[in-house]
Design a protein around this ligand. Sequence first.
Ligand code: UN1
Length: 499
Amino acid sequence: MAPNFKNLIGDGWVAPATGQYLENRNPADTGDLIGRFPDSGPGDVDRAVRAAERAFERWRRVPAPARGDLLRRLGDLLQTNKESLADGMTREMGKVLAETRGDVQEGIDTAYYAASECRRLFGHTVPSELRQKWAMSWRRPIGVCGLITPFNFPLAIPTWKMFPALACGNTVVLKPSEDVPHTAHRLVELALEAGFPPGVINLVHGRGELAGKALVEHPEVRVLSFTGSTSTGALIGEVAGRMHKRLSLEMGGKNALIVMDDADLDLALDGVVWGAFGTTGQRCTATSRLLLHRKIHDRFLSRLADRAGRLRLGDGRKPGVEVGPLIHEEAREKVERYVEIGSKDGAELVTGGRRPRRSALSHGWFFEPTIFAGVKPRSRLEQEEVFGPVLSVVRIGSLEEAIRVNNDVRYGLSSSLYSRDVQAAFRAFEELDTGITYINAPTIGAEAHLPFGGVKQTGNGHREGGWQVYEFYSETKVGYADYSGRLQRAQIDNYGGNS
Ligand code: UN1
């Protein structure tokens, strides 16, 4: 029988006060029940936040390099358990094993980066304008961080938020997506094994509208980090604004990949297939628009349709499978709605567009890799995030036009240009209005040690990953020490009062 899982609050595993649970099922085989996870309410969230608040008083005083030692140990444990974590992740989320291994690897990379950052966490020492006076700045922890994470990177995204928050001396309450609670459970189990003190990491399962909302609205949660839809991000932003909370949002994308007529077409083909249909299109970085130069348009499209039509769908834990299922039935219905919208808007369905017919796939939320050609700029299919295996092809006549089409959406996460022209490449870096631009590589595949995030309605100005996120999770404090033994007035007694 599938077990009932618990929340991690303070020093122990606790059943939800609501007494309610949510089922977690394998999206490739819905008869496979992984477990029941708490459908927590505000009372559960409050307990977790209180535990995190108490733990903060001790944790913030632990020297950062010692905090780093625990993060390194957790990185080692993720490494040791990589295969079983990946296997469990594919079972609960559906993407193929090669991808879930990559997801775990991103968590390992983030752990080691955070561990080493604990020996930097630089402040500044700068010359004072006055004699015999020091001026410097350093980082201080902020408090309890509420972290709300999506289903598509069940391990990597929680680690992107949790590890820098912990490195900076904060404590955390994680509310993972109710679609992937088991990976989060395993992550915090390993954190306990690594030796994190009780209350430093708390885990509360449940739905966004109940547990997530309670976390966002809790007055003692000082910092919020959310990855998910732009509409939910707007709701969280309103609360954070009203309550003066620090907030990082990482939201939607409508990423375009441009193929110019001078591109290496074989390379571009591999890039599009991976960018559009990897993770079944369920990445905020997914390639969802393909801007094809008219000179290579027909040739490229027919080769692409052929490749997409031959992708092997199935259970991501089986060898040879290339594309897993969608996360649940609502996701599949959303994809179907966009197929209808595309057809109504006059786009041409080139391949896919329906549920697969094979009976072996009838127990999961599968959908065929889908390509629409002749998609009009500014049509709904071209503008809105689908979060599924649907690629919209737009014909373009020049780089200028491609840049214009790329930029004419409300999102700005990732973009890509395939070309052999170095001038075009640098113009793309400069002009494509996104947080990340790839040259001769698809729109997915950001690395953990560089800042990750987007412009416009993809984000709110913050970045995850790399060095930049450490600013987000810490408060800058400035100290002045005057050892002159006399009153020195800044701006007035400068240069010894001689000027
Ligand atoms: C996401 O889709 O939310 O760059 C994150 C990538 C991954 C992260 C994606 N490393 O595609």
